[in-house]
Design a protein around this ligand. Structure first.
Ligand SMILES: Cc1cc2nc3c(=O)[nH]c(=O)nc-3n(C[C@H](O)[C@H](O)[C@H](O)COP(=O)(O)O)c2cc1C
Length: 215
């Protein structure tokens, strides 16, 4: 595909822009990482559309260096849970420096990852280092990171709960899911509904005055 076409761009009235920006902020502000999922099934088409939304992300030289693996099979989820817990036992049992463990303490996380089997779906995001056929990919981490942010926002917008999970290291995901050598596991995202009475850690987000510099 090459050439140029007219841009599809909707110019909005200023009052509507501010309202939309505020509404989007309110919506994103309600997103929380969930670590207790019910096993209630999720409409597969909703998940597919959220992945399609993520795949609209910008990418270096438009290489779209991502693969999303949607796992709903119970046996596969159990296999991923077992492998993740093995890595996480090593992580919490000595591999992680004390300072890292102390930074995680307020989240109440440990080596047990029941949500990997409980959540009805896992979306495993892989980053493609290259195209696997000698072609290069550029700014892969930036591109896949942006796609993941859009995926989390799309899932939240569709009414689903997510966790951004990074069992360390994640090599086992490529093996279990039989991904090619040019792909590296980037994020493991359990998706579904929170259990009734789900609790999340109390946290504060940095105020705008701390994160935005205007010059
Ligand atoms: C790159 C990345 C990796 C993360 N890895 C984990 C993880 O392995 N396990 C976990 O429970 N939470 C993980 N989180 C979730 C963070 O702990 C969470 O986003 C943070 O505490 C803020 O909470 P919130 O998402 O509810 O706003 C990760 C988040 C990011 C962005």
């Amino acid at each position: 595909m090459s050439g140029f076409q007219d841009l599809d761009f909707a110019r909005l009235p200023p009052e509507s822009m501010l309202q939309r920006a505020s509404d989007f902020l309110d919506e994103l502000n309600r997103r929380r990482s969930v670590r207790h999922f019910s096993s209630e099934a999720v409409d597969r088409e909703v998940l597919r559309r959220c992945v399609a939304a993520a795949s609209t992300a910008p990418s270096g030289a438009h290489k779209q260096p991502w693969t999303f693996v949607l796992v709903t099979d119970s046996a596969l989820k159990e296999q991923i849970r077992d492998a993740a817990e093995e890595e996480e036992r090593a992580f919490y049992g000595g591999r992680a420096p004390e300072s890292w463990l102390s930074d995680l303490e307020h989240l109440g996380t440990d080596a047990q990852k029941p949500f990997l089997a409980d959540a009805p779906a896992l979306i495993v995001v892989f980053a493609q280092k290259n195209d696997g056929e000698g072609g290069k990919h550029y700014y892969v981490n930036e591109s896949v990171g942006i796609a993941c942010g859009m995926l989390l926002a799309a899932l939240h917008h569709a009414g689903l709960a997510t966790l951004t999970h990074t069992p360390s290291p994640m090599k086992f995901l490529g093996e279990i899911l039989e991904r090619p050598a040019n792909e590296r596991a980037f994020l493991l995202i359990p998706v579904g509904y929170p259990i009734d009475g789900c609790q999340v850690p109390v946290l504060e987000r940095k105020p705008l005055s701390e994160v935005l510099i205007e010059r």
